[in-house]
Design a protein around this ligand. Structure first.
Ligand code: ADP
Ligand code: MG
Length: 366
């Protein structure tokens, strides 16, 4: 990660007088995969359109290798960009032609066109389909053609807009695996748009969070997922418990938080008096059957555990897990295995203790 290949400053896009995308600053470094995540309507596709120069923003600079893209010839710039969309737009001709056409446009000699097209048909496991007409392909096969076509032109930047979203789960899983390997092998600079957190975690070297047209946070996946910048990002990345409180003690990296009648412990450096949100991921919460002493631990200095008493409000199946919503004066959401829910004989209305480590609490200023 040295110089940025793409750099965006002070970007603003409006539609019908409404701001649909705003980003103060975004960099895409050479060789990295930047995963742009956000819910439907967040502005993700708009960002890709701007980066590919298919849409001119109302304001902002976009630099490509240090030069404004608007100073570059549009065709020259587009030829450096590989674009893959959710629904691949393929030519109504053979699979081979679809991959070869972009290379012919670039006036590569015939033998080089054939060599590169064959290489990428192989890399994407679709060499056997080379003579098949694109219109007769399955969704997964068509997306493989679209990826082969984009990789084959050896773009300086690969831009992908939810490329796996329209595929069924097993097809998607296989293609994501293959795509991950190809990205690692080529080190191509990539902007990968998705609403799927797992895909972002798996593929992204860094993650950019877009919410409601605003670029809210950019950072390594683990940082964004465990230390979201604000409550909206927290909610989007699956931090389901957000407790409002105030820092009442702070010493030696141990923080005491008063949240209504409850005392919580966290770790970090936050000054006394600061109003905060204490955020918790559901997988960091352990449930204990009631009967043990409720309230905060009797010796908070010696224990890393927080304990909060409540009763179960809802139990929602979540694959092999169960999401348990607990009312503790505020909602606390835990994710536990179905078998431990059965063992503890949990049901809606049961009294319960929710327990979590001080180190699992992430504090956001409010
Ligand atoms: P995402 O890809 O994250 O789902 P989009 O970038 O497609 O979001 O859209 C962001 C917002 O901009 C949405 O609210 C959408 O309705 C609006 N929008 C997108 N394109 C247009 C358009 N051509 N005219 C008006 N509004 C648009
Ligand atoms: Mg979109």
């Amino acid at each position: 990660m040295d110089a940025p290949v793409l750099e965006v400053h002070d970007l603003c896009v409006k539609r019908d007088d409404r701001v649909i995308l705003q980003a103060e600053h975004l960099q895409v470094y050479r060789g990295e995969v930047l995963a742009v995540i956000g819910p439907n309507g967040a502005g993700k596709s708009t960002l890709l359109l701007v980066l590919s120069r298919l849409l001119t923003p109302d304001r902002g600079q976009i630099q490509f290798n240090g030069q404004s893209v608007y100073e570059l010839n549009e065709v020259v710039y587009r030829r450096k960009i590989g674009l893959v969309l959710q629904n691949p737009l393929l030519l109504n001709s053979s699979v081979f032609d679809n991959v070869a056409t972009g290379l012919r446009f670039r006036r590569l000699p015939g033998n080089e066109v054939k060599r590169r097209a064959d290489t990428w048909l192989n890399n994407l496991g679709i060499a056997h389909l080379r003579r098949q007409r694109a219109g007769t392909l399955s969704g997964g096969e068509a997306q493989r053609v679209s990826l082969a076509r984009a990789f084959a032109i050896q773009p300086q930047v690969l831009l992908l807009d939810e490329p796996f979203s329209a595929l069924d789960a097993p097809t998607r899983a296989r293609l994501i695996e293959d795509f991950h390997e190809l990205l690692a092998a080529t080190s191509i600079t990539t902007v990968f748009v998705t609403h799927d957190l797992d895909q972002a975690l798996y593929l992204g070297d860094r993650v950019a969070v877009l919410l409601d047209g605003r670029l809210c946070q950019v950072g390594p996946p683990q940082e964004v997922f465990s230390a979201p910048a604000n409550p909206d990002v927290a909610a989007f990345v699956g931090v389901e418990t957000v407790i409002a409180g105030q820092v009442v003690s702070s010493q030696g990296g141990q923080i005491g938080i008063q949240a209504d009648v409850l005392q919580l412990e966290a770790v970090g450096e936050v000054v006394v008096g600061r109003e905060v949100f204490a955020c918790l991921r559901p997988e960091d919460i352990t449930l204990l059957p009631c009967g043990e002493r409720a309230g905060s631990d009797p010796s908070p200095k010696s224990s890393a555990r927080n304990r909060v008493a409540g009763h179960i409000k809802r139990m929602i199946p979540h694959g092999p897990l169960v999401k348990v919503v607990i009312e503790c004066g505020f909602p606390v959401v835990a994710l536990i295995t179905r078998s431990s829910a059965n063992e503890m004989e949990l049901e809606e209305g049961s009294p319960i203790l929710a327990s979590f480590k001080a180190s699992a609490v992430h504090l956001i200023p409010r």
